[in-house]
Design a protein. Structure first.
Length: 432
């Protein structure tokens, strides 16, 4: 089965580029479009958009160029291609891929798509998403998810004409081919070949995260509706929070979260990992210095703006304190009140809440998870002097958690059982 991957560069958000340099790793490049079909006399080309057209130049023949008026296909006989993506004159990504490239001009910029065999794509995801040292059953579960996610990502990319993108902040991490795949990883791909998770006969939304900190979360408590921004979104029957071991009485109250965090040896399948718990210490100065700017920036982004509600004053005053005012079944913060001298700001949804703590001084993009509670210190005058954020887990905690899957595999659970535990009601099906 072939899929189309939109290449942004992992971790990047821009889908349209100012140019791309393509290099064949064996033999010459073959270029074709509806109107032309030619082997290119060279192994390297530079491609950029001009108006509605695609311009192809060869570094070996300066001054000479070809013009393509419609979608351009670029491939090599070996299938192995190296490419560099450009934004303006800046190189933003470099990677090695296997498959055929499709280039299109869209809005004056270049869309770079990779037509890849699904199994080859899964190889690229596997090495990006889980360490090769993982138990084979945990890796198999991840391979099934990688395949499933490619067929049904949360963001519908069909409007841009492809299945899935390569960004871990949007879809799942995909870094292209890896010639150094271990024997174990190869066996994982082979033994799960074509296997996907389905629900009601369609690919399931196979969300996963790194570490759930003792309890996974309901889909609806972490995600908003993509069309209407409704939060919480409508529930998905197979994405329900589950306990991952023995949890303190009263869970998920804040008191129970504190207790779990402080346990010397929590009895959960994910507590072996260093990402099970964390803390971040902020001085009042660094919070005052950055939080209002970060919030201002987030309010300009469509994915965050609806989830940040300003007080009547519209001003972000001196920070007086933080309070989680709504939590999900895992204790994830669904709503955070930031009390300031000019009124209370209300922040909804875990990704927004994590992001408002982004802090350039601390080189922090966002908090590791939304399963948080605070220790807030005040000075003699009653002003906030420092805040420590304590957290459990890493990522949103919905669906399979990689550290939990590893813990279960080490206890002897096979991959199909791991999958039906994290996605109850789904069926393991095969695509060809
Ligand atoms: Zn995407």
């Amino acid at each position: 089965m072939k899929i189309l991957v939109g290449l942004k560069g992992p971790g990047l958000s821009e889908l349209r580029h100012s140019g791309v340099k393509i290099e064949s790793l064996a033999g010459s490049l073959e270029l074709s479009s509806k109107s032309t079909n030619a082997t290119y006399p060279g192994a390297i080309i530079n491609v950029h958009p001009q108006g509605d057209e695609i311009i192809v130049e060869s570094p070996g023949n300066p001054g000479e160029h070809r013009v393509y008026k419609d979608e351009l296909k670029v491939e090599t006989r070996s299938g192995n291609i190296k490419l560099l993506l450009y934004s303006g004159n800046r190189q933003v990504h470099s990677g090695q891929y296997s498959g055929r490239l499709l280039l299109k001009v869209d809005g004056g910029k270049l869309l770079v798509l990779l037509e890849s065999d699904l199994e080859v794509y899964v190889r690229g995801v596997l090495r990006s998403e889980v360490p090769a040292s993982y138990h084979i059953e945990a890796m198999k579960a991840q391979a099934v998810l990688a395949r499933t996610y490619a067929l049904r990502p949360r963001i519908d990319h069909s409007v841009d004409g492809f299945n899935v993108c390569d960004s871990f902040t949007c879809c799942q991490a995909f870094n292209g081919v890896d010639p150094a795949l271990t024997a174990g990883q190869k066996a994982v791909i082979e033994e799960t070949k074509g296997k996907v998770l389905t629900y009601d006969g369609k690919p399931a939304l196979a969300l996963f995260s790194a570490n759930a900190g003792g309890h996974t979360e309901d889909y609806s408590n972490c995600f908003s509706n993509l069309k209407t921004n409704k939060f919480p979104d409508d529930p998905l029957p197979y994405l329900k929070g589950i306990p991952e071991g023995k949890l303190p009485h009263g869970f998920p109250s804040e008191a129970a979260l504190r207790q779990l965090w402080a346990l010397p040896k929590p009895e959960t399948v994910d507590a072996w990992s260093a990402t099970f718990r964390w803390q971040a210490h902020f001085t009042a100065d660094t919070l005052e210095g950055h939080m209002h700017h970060v919030i201002e920036t987030l309010r300009k982004e469509a994915q965050f703006a609806p989830f940040i509600v300003a007080p009547e004053s519209q001003k972000f005053g001196h920070i007086q304190g933080f309070e989680v005012t709504r939590r999900g079944v895992s204790g994830v913060a669904m709503e955070l009140a930031i009390r300031t001298s000019t009124g209370t700001w209300t922040i909804a949804k875990e990704l927004t809440i994590r992001s408002v703590f982004g802090n350039p001084d601390m080189k922090l993009k966002r908090l590791r998870s939304g399963r948080i509670f605070f220790d807030q210190q005040k000075d003699k005058l009653g002003m906030l002097s420092a805040v420590t954020v304590f957290g459990l887990g890493f990522g949103h905690g919905v669906g399979l958690q990689q550290n939990g899957a590893q813990g279960l595999a080490l206890q002897g659970m096979p991959f199909d059982k791991i999958l039906s535990r994290y996605y109850p009601g789904t069926v393991l099906s095969t695509v060809h």
